[in-house]
Ligand binder design. Structure first.
Ligand SMILES: Nc1nc2c(c(=O)[nH]1)N[C@H]1C(S)=C(S)[C@@H](COP(=O)(O)O)O[C@H]1N2
Ligand SMILES: [Mo]
Length: 518
């Protein structure tokens, strides 16, 4: 192997040990801010608007691993370069690592959860990498000098070669061992997962008669194979957030503060929350990034305390018109005060479909506000409600080109038949779900091939805040067909047919599905 290649290996070993040292330090001192994930989150936050739209959809779904691997590959390439540089010129590679150490510190500084102690990890990472790189390259240089002077005489450079290989081998062994230790420590932080599974949720306070929305009425579920489940199982519930690594929040030390334009600040612990009269409501959440016919929407039964009761406890001052909810990871949402205090049951939720909130859906507590897109209302891992004014505060996505207000737009989706399927001729069942949160669905119509609209049969709604299943039968002859659906809300407003992209305030258009009748 050429000495340059060995230099690159030294770079990888040094930076690898540095990264592991940094992660171990972070795990010990401030688990919520690991240097690597801080760099990743920092990159997400500074993405330019064009890349961002694509990124929301991308990071929001299953592909965070791809992003983490990309970051890892990038770090590796830079590490290889640092090794080669240091071999060419003493201190050049170490200066490069120092530069990245500074970037690491800046990235950590950009994290809302960062405390003074969080900075120790990137500093340790840079120090370890610099020290190891210096030592390894010095030993490589000694070998290079020997083999240069006595070219063609392998016996003379053998001791220097052996010394270098022993050093590099030792570093590799230490990297493997500490890497394994770091992985173990990380998984032991799944104690929060254990904590979550040991929580027994209280039963909702009895309401007589049972409140609309607290139960699934007779006839709410249609028997159509392939239709969206009326209540989405937690494991199938869409997930959208900016968190690269799911925030790990210890419920025993968590609290929610109500601050800002209030008569008195309120602080609520998880145990206090458990002891309050909680209610349960089915609510359909929707993401503003959902495209027409997309799957970034779901319905769950949420257990929580009405936010209006919490705000009443704090005493909201008359000039306030917005609540800026803040997550432990710095995400913010700006919700109109009305939506949190009017008769709709906006919840500080701790339960989802009978379980404590799954960690990725906001454990230990999140907001659920019927009728508003998630980015302006559904703050997960919520830690603070700052009562303020739209004129004085701007939330995370609203500073990034998305609308300040985010009421959910009425929409409907065709679940059956699926796109490009072959369906037997005769009565063809068209079925799906429609939603107009907080107004309710009045009617759903379907049509084939641009023909006349035909009214579908609606299932019984759980409430105005949930989606409704619908079904229709169309007589279709053999050949290719295209069906569309449109919903009308209880105010008589018909779902928009305009072709509108999600940014800045939600998509519009008719879901259109093409298939073949055989
Ligand atoms: N802390 C935090 N809460 C958040 C977000 C986020 O990025 N961070 N995203 C919001 C958005 S855009 C949506 S659509 C909903 C999605 O909630 P879910 O992942 O439980 O489906 O969470 C909201 N709450
Ligand atoms: Mo969203």
């Amino acid at each position: 192997m050429r000495h340059n290649s060995w230099a690159a290996v030294c770079g990888a070993l040094a930076v690898g040990l540095g990264v592991i040292g940094g992660e171990l330090t972070a795990a010990a001192l401030s688990p919520s801010v690991s240097p690597v994930s801080a760099v990743g989150s920092f990159v997400i936050d500074v993405l330019p608007p064009g890349v961002k739209d694509w990124a929301i959809a991308w990071f929001g779904t299953a592909d965070k691993a791809v992003f983490l691997v990309t970051i890892a590959v990038l770090i590796l390439v830079l590490a290889l370069a640092a090794g080669v540089l240091e071999h060419r010129r003493a201190y050049a590679g170490r200066a490069m690592i120092l530069g990245f150490g500074v970037l690491g510190v800046l990235a950590v500084a950009s994290r809302a959860q960062a405390t003074l102690v969080s900075y120790v990890a990137p500093v340790v990472a840079a120090l370890v990498a610099i020290l190891v790189l210096g030592a390894l390259i010095r030993s490589l240089d000694a070998w290079t000098r020997r083999s240069g002077r006595d070219a063609g005489n392998p016996r003379d450079d053998a001791p220097a070669r052996r010394r270098f290989l022993q050093g590099a081998g030792g570093a590799a062994v230490i990297a493997a061992a500490t890497g394994a230790a770091a992985a173990t420590v990380r998984s032991s932080q799944s104690t929060v997962t254990q904590q979550r599974s040991s929580i027994t949720l209280p039963a909702p306070a009895g309401e007589t008669p049972p409140a609309v929305g607290s139960f699934v009425p007779e006839g709410a579920e249609l028997d159509v194979p392939g239709i969206s489940e009326l209540v989405t199982p937690n494991d199938d519930f869409y997930r959208i957030d900016t968190a690269l690594v799911v925030p790990v929040v210890d419920a025993t030390t968590w609290s929610l503060k109500v601050t800002g334009l209030v008569d008195r600040e309120v602080e609520l612990t998880f145990d206090e929350l458990l002891a309050l009269p909680l209610i349960e409501r089915h609510v359909t959440l929707a993401c503003v990034s959902n495209t027409v016919g997309g799957d970034l929407t779901g319905t769950a039964r949420w257990l929580g305390w009405p936010i209006r009761d919490l705000l009443a406890r704090a005493g909201v001052q008359p000039e306030a018109d917005m609540v800026l909810s803040r997550s432990v990871d710095g995400f913010t949402a700006g919700t109109p005060l009305d939506a949190l205090t009017d008769e709709r049951d906006a919840l500080l939720a701790i339960g989802m479909n009978g379980e404590p909130l799954p960690v990725e859906h906001g454990f230990p507590a999140r907001l659920v506000v019927p009728g508003l897109y998630g980015y302006v209302s559904a703050t997960k891992w919520v830690s603070e409600l700052e009562v303020t004014r739209f004129a004085d505060s701007t939330a995370y996505w609203s500073t990034r080109g998305w609308s300040v207000r985010g009421p959910v737009k009425t929409s409907s989706r065709i679940d059956v038949p699926r796109r490009n399927r072959e369906v037997p001729a005769g009565d063809v069942v068209i079925a799906g779900v429609a939603w107009a949160q907080h107004t309710g669905i009045e009617r759903v119509e379907v049509r084939a091939d641009g023909g006349p609209w035909q009214q579908a049969t609606l299932a019984a709604p759980i409430s105005a805040d949930t989606w409704v299943q619908y079904r229709a039968t169309l007589q279709l002859e053999a050949g290719p067909h295209t069906v569309q659906s449109r919903a009308t809300d209880r105010d008589g407003a018909v779902q928009s047919a305009a072709d509108v992209a999600p940014a800045p305030d939600g998509s519009e258009g008719l879901h259109t599905v093409s298939f073949t009748v055989t």
